[in-house]
Write a new protein. Structure first.
Length: 148
């Protein structure tokens, strides 16, 4: 299901199969996402934006967009930011959450911090521009691998 440019309240409930919810625009005044059982994916695409954002993604929610978005029922999250100079913080992600995040264009700062729980899978793409990646892991909890 793809949703874009909501002006009012958004409420989405999906069935028991694996579902993907694509949010490709502004989020409106309130948001409620209730996916059913299964390997559900939340994809947020803000590549169209020219503004700079400060976005935080934790194991529980995403903040820094128009509204906070709860992630409790999403084992897979894809996030693409726009052409602004964004600051993206991935904090205390848990071993059940697979994240793919892109800063998009601009001189982005991406921080990944884990304070104990092992990460399942986290993929970070800087995008165009002069980007900075900061890693902060509690020793012995997670391994970092660089890929080209």
């Amino acid at each position: 299901m793809t949703v874009g440019n909501v002006t009012g309240a958004l409420s989405v409930t999906t069935g028991a199969a694996d579902d993907t919810i694509n949010l490709n625009g502004t989020l409106g005044t309130s948001i409620s996402l209730t996916p059913g059982a299964g390997g559900n994916t939340l994809s947020i695409d803000r590549a169209f934006e020219l503004v700079s954002r400060t976005v935080t993604l934790t194991g529980a929610q995403i903040t820094g967009l128009e509204l906070p978005i709860a992630l409790a029922a999403f084992p897979f999250v894809n996030l693409t930011l726009g052409a602004g100079n964004d600051t993206l913080s991935l904090q205390n992600l848990n071993s059940l959450l697979t994240v793919s995040a892109s800063g998009g264009g601009g001189a982005d700062i991406v921080s990944v911090k884990s304070s104990g729980a092992a990460l399942a899978s986290t993929r970070v793409l800087g995008g165009g521009g002069n980007d900075t990646l900061k890693l902060d892991f509690t020793p012995g909890t997670v391994g970092a691998r660089r890929s080209s």
